[in-house]
Design a protein around this ligand. Structure first.
Ligand SMILES: Cc1cc2nc3c(=O)[nH]c(=O)nc-3n(C[C@H](O)[C@H](O)[C@H](O)COP(=O)(O)OP(=O)(O)OC[C@H]3O[C@@H](n4cnc5c(N)ncnc54)[C@H](O)[C@@H]3O)c2cc1C
Length: 475
């Protein structure tokens, strides 16, 4: 999330079997029957890894940014298709194993990785297909979200995805999805036309406005609570060039935020921004103007002329050149973030943000005001999906990253403390993909009036809460 760092996924007792693998599951974990595991393996088109496999640590780690250290699934299945996912779910249920589902592995709390359970790692399901003639794109849910736009851009098309191409298409879509085109084209879920979902009973269902519409409603913001999504169909929109890039200032951060709060309030649909507060009185704003260039120059002028910039790299460029490549993140496993919803940039929050941003030791972390909810995403009927949109709501993230295997506790501590301070002045109601808490109180808050309907649908599609490695909707 750091724009300045842009350079910035059989129960029965069988102890002897487990020991023979050199794997010691936690006492509570049910043992696995070798024959059942081998039967599952031979039924899959994809792959299955047990802890004694040489590849297990690498596959378990994945290449997302989520914290998976210390989490050791009893087995990992990398499915090739929905049928493999179905077999894995049925196996796990018969074996009494919890299930983890991982797409891009960016969950801030590491919720997508299971401990002692069956890990469904969607990494092999990363295909994408663009249908330029009808403006749609199909993507398998183990792909990085940016893969879709990289392929769509060959036809001057794009989907309204999140800002970072390396985030998994699975998590970002199921949570809602806010990015560089949300003012113009809506949230990611607003552009989802259909999905294939494998439910807790192993059924493979097609969901859309016409087929299984209640499930389609639930997955457009309800996270991974209702099943494993195996592929998505998106509406693509015309996006050729954009006026985009970053402008940076050395300034009084509080004063700048007062200006920026007003500037955001006047944001036309075609403008989306992210502000990074860097210690030492530096601010960087990344902008994406996706409309007429002349109008964009005019709209961006007050921002670019705020003061003499330290740097101004805003220019007309192909959208492909503006968006981050899906493999661009240099921070796999080396990233720590806590985030939430701020509400408006007002006198309640500005002094806190300015103080915290400035008190960060150089190189430790940054605070980002990542998304401003406005435009098309806020004109969608509030009941059309479970994703709550609040005009003018700003989403924040306190973030740190590092290189190398050693986890710097001071950086993580800074992020946690900063988050706790911001939370005191922030909103309790938070966009689910930015919710850095997993207890029920927070999840209820996030879904507000939709929670009861989500619970009802959870009882229909997942009555025993098989899918709970998420911001869980309790049954
Ligand atoms: C660096 C960074 C940048 C971000 N930028 C943005 C942004 O610009 N816009 C935005 O809206 N959000 C953003 N986010 C938040 C992001 O959307 C969420 O963290 C999202 O859940 C991550 O998805 P993932 O597939 O990578 O993660 P994962 O850890 O793989 O999954 C996240 C959750 O979704 C579930 N899940 C994933 N795939 C499936 C599936 N196919 N079926 C069922 N359940 C599934 C997992 O079980 C888990 O509960 C960002 C997060 C990070 C860390």
């Amino acid at each position: 999330m750091n724009v300045s760092r842009r350079k910035v996924l059989a129960t029965a007792s069988a102890a002897p079997f487990i020991a023979s693998f050199g794997y010691h599951a936690a006492a509570a974990a049910p043992a696995l029957k070798k024959a059942a595991v081998e039967k599952l393996r031979s039924s899959l088109q994809g792959r299955l890894y047990l802890p004694e496999s040489a590849d297990y640590p690498r596959i378990n780690r994945g290449d997302g940014v989520a914290p998976v250290d210390g989490k050791h699934p009893a087995l990992i299945v990398q499915p090739m298709n929905a049928q493999d996912i179905s077999r894995a779910i049925i196996f796990a249920r018969e074996a009494g194993l919890p299930i983890g589902v991982r797409s891009g592995g960016h969950d801030a709390l590491g919720a997508s990785t299971t401990v002692d359970g069956l890990q469904i790692d969607l990494a092999l399901m990363n295909g994408v297909e663009i249908f330029a003639t009808n403006g749609t794109g199909h993507i398998q849910t183990g792909a990085r979200s940016g893969v879709l736009n990289a392929a769509a851009q060959k036809h001057d098309l794009a989907a309204a995805l999140g800002m970072m191409g390396h985030v998994g298409i699975g998590g970002v879509t199921l949570g809602g999805g806010i990015g560089w085109l949300c003012g113009r084209d809506g949230a990611t879920v607003d552009n989802l036309l259909a999905a294939e979902v494998v439910t807790a009973d192993g059924k493979v269902l097609t969901t859309s406005a016409e087929e299984n519409p209640d499930l389609f409603w639930a997955i457009r913001g309800g996270g991974g609570n209702f099943g494993v999504a195996s592929n998505f169909t998106f509406r693509l929109r015309k996006v050729g060039t954009v006026l985009g890039g970053t402008v940076a200032f050395k300034t009084d951060a509080a004063k700048f935020m007062r200006f920026f709060g007003d500037y955001l309030k006047a944001s036309p649909d075609h403008l989306d921004t992210a502000l990074i507060l860097v210690p030492g009185g530096r601010v960087a704003v990344r902008v994406c103007w996706s409309g007429d260039v002349e109008e964009g120059e005019r709209i961006l002028r007050p921002l670019r002329n705020y003061a003499t910039p330290l740097a101004d790299a805003i220019k007309v460029m192909p959208y492909e050149g503006f968006i981050e490549a899906p493999t661009a993140a240099p921070m796999y496993g080396n990233h720590h973030t806590r985030s939430g919803a701020l509400g408006l940039l007002n006198d309640k929050v500005i002094p806190t943000l300015a103080r915290l941003a400035d008190s960060a030791p150089e190189g430790v972390g940054t605070i980002g005001l990542m998304h401003y909810m406005h435009g098309a995403m806020c004109r969608v009927d509030q009941n059309a999906t479970p994703f709550i949109r609040q005009e003018g709501n700003i989403l924040y993230a306190a973030t740190t990253s590092w290189e190398g295997p050693v986890h710097p506790e001071d950086k993580k501590t800074w992020v946690q403390k900063t988050y706790e301070e911001i939370r005191k002045v922030a909103r309790a109601q938070t966009y689910i993909n930015y919710l850095s808490e997993d207890d029920e109180k927070w999840v209820r808050n996030a879904y507000g009036p939709h929670y009861a309907k989500l619970q009802k649908l959870k009882r229909t599609y997942d009555p025993t809460n098989v899918f709970r490695g998420n911001r869980n909707i309790r049954v």
